[in-house]
Design a binder for this molecule. Structure first.
Ligand SMILES: Cc1cc2nc3c(=O)[nH]c(=O)nc-3n(C[C@H](O)[C@H](O)[C@H](O)COP(=O)(O)OP(=O)(O)OC[C@H]3O[C@@H](n4cnc5c(N)ncnc54)[C@H](O)[C@@H]3O)c2cc1C
Length: 351
């Protein structure tokens, strides 16, 4: 174990990113305390579509990171008890986003019908990405934190971080309503709360809260096998039948409120899928994604103050496993990760 490994590390945020970091840091021997304002996965992780989709449209500044994302989740599945990803692949058609992954293949109508027999009108062609998967983001966050706790990490929920203790230009702990938690390093994995925490340290990180619509339905099991992303709907289904859908946020007019969109999307799903007449909207909300201004994750040490490492990104579910692995290597082993170079917070501070 090296010197950093025995150090006390506070991770702020028990979403999927903080949970992955906590697990990876603890597995490298660090003394980890996770401090969470609400409950586990009470942030945007709790309302994620959670598609592990490593494809990207156009030039990708984080190609190396994204390219390792699926492998990192597959590795974590073998290490963390109770962590399960459904690797059922994804079908896309009629969307304009131009995403491509090296494994994607164009398939024809008969193959589409084989893969998703519930589709009433399979399109002529679709993009099939067989390597992709999805997980229950809440269950995965719990599993990662339980694995961290088994490695002696502590998880403190209902404990908002209110400020930082700073001595001689170095952060030495976090302030909470129940007192100071001392730390040799503080990791900001607080999702949309990250910018506010960094601002308390005098650092302006342009990470905004980007809205998206999360929809959940009760549905008969077996309507959808993998992920379907089309002009009409983006859906997937759990084994018990629970169907998840995600929609772009449009505006705050009454017709685009989550409950109205849940009804509209339900009609689209019924129109697209055989046997979907019985689906019932169960939950709908706006989730706020931590979106760096330039779309690139913000990962690394704050340059102007010692003792703080930032981890804020979208898509956080895709990247949580690989970032946990790479960032914990930097923090504990002291080896800068080449795959994280494009992500440094310092890019926002250079004038
Ligand atoms: C509809 C929808 C669909 C999505 N689909 C996908 C998808 O398919 N694939 C994908 O990869 N991503 C998707 N996302 C985005 C993904 O959910 C997020 O990128 C990811 O969950 C972010 O995780 P996180 O741990 O960074 O943030 P969070 O889950 O928000 O966790 C941060 C935690 O920090 C806590 N916190 C904040 N401030 C403080 C403080 N001062 N003190 C203590 N704790 C604090 C919060 O309470 C919160 O629990 C989707 C999001 C939405 C809304």
């Amino acid at each position: 174990m090296n010197q950093e490994a025995s150090k006390r590390i506070v991770v702020i945020g028990a979403g999927i990113v903080g949970a992955s970091l906590a697990y990876h840091l603890a597995s490298k021997g660090a003394q980890v305390t996770v401090v969470e304002a609400g409950g586990i996965a009470s942030g945007v992780t709790g309302t994620s579509f959670a598609w592990i989709n490593a494809s990207c449209a156009g030039m990708d500044p984080i190609a190396a990171l994204r390219g390792g994302a699926i492998g990192a989740w597959r590795r974590l599945e073998t290490q963390v008890r109770g962590l399960q990803v459904r690797w059922d692949g994804a079908l896309s058609y009629g969307t304009q986003d131009g995403r491509l992954s090296p494994e994607s293949v164009v398939i024809d109508r008969s193959r589409i019908a084989q893969l998703e027999p519930g589709l009433r009108r399979p399109p002529e062609q679709a993009l099939h990405e067989p390597e992709q998967g999805a997980l229950d983001a809440v269950a995965a966050t719990h599993a990662l934190l339980a694995a961290a706790q088994a490695l002696d990490a502590t998880v403190r929920t209902q404990t908002p971080v209110q400020g930082f203790a700073v001595r001689d230009g170095k952060v030495t702990g976090v302030e909470t309503a129940t007192g100071l938690i001392e730390a040799d390093l503080v990791v900001l994995a607080a999702g949309t709360g990250t910018a506010k925490l960094a601002a308390q340290l005098g650092v302006d990180l342009p990470i905004h809260a980007s809205p998206a619509i999360f929809l959940r339905y009760q549905a008969p099991p077996g309507l959808v096998r993998g992920i379907i992303s089309s002009h009409a709907m983006e859906v997937r289904q759990a084994e018990d039948g629970t169907m998840l859908a995600a929609e772009d946020y449009l505006d705050d007019t009454p017709e685009n409120q989550p409950a109205a969109m849940a009804q509209r999307t339900a009609s689209a799903i019924r129109n697209e899928l055989e046997g979907a007449e019985a689906i019932v909207p169960e939950f709908a909300c706006i989730g706020l994604r931590p979106m760096p201004f330039d779309g690139v994750p913000v990962i690394g040490y704050l340059p102007n103050i010692e003792g703080v490492y930032v981890c804020a990104m979208h898509p956080g579910v895709v990247l949580a496993a690989i970032v946990g692995q790479q960032a914990s290597g930097e923090i504990v082993d002291g080896q800068p990760a080449a795959a994280l170079e494009a992500c440094r917070p310092a890019r926002f501070l250079v004038r």
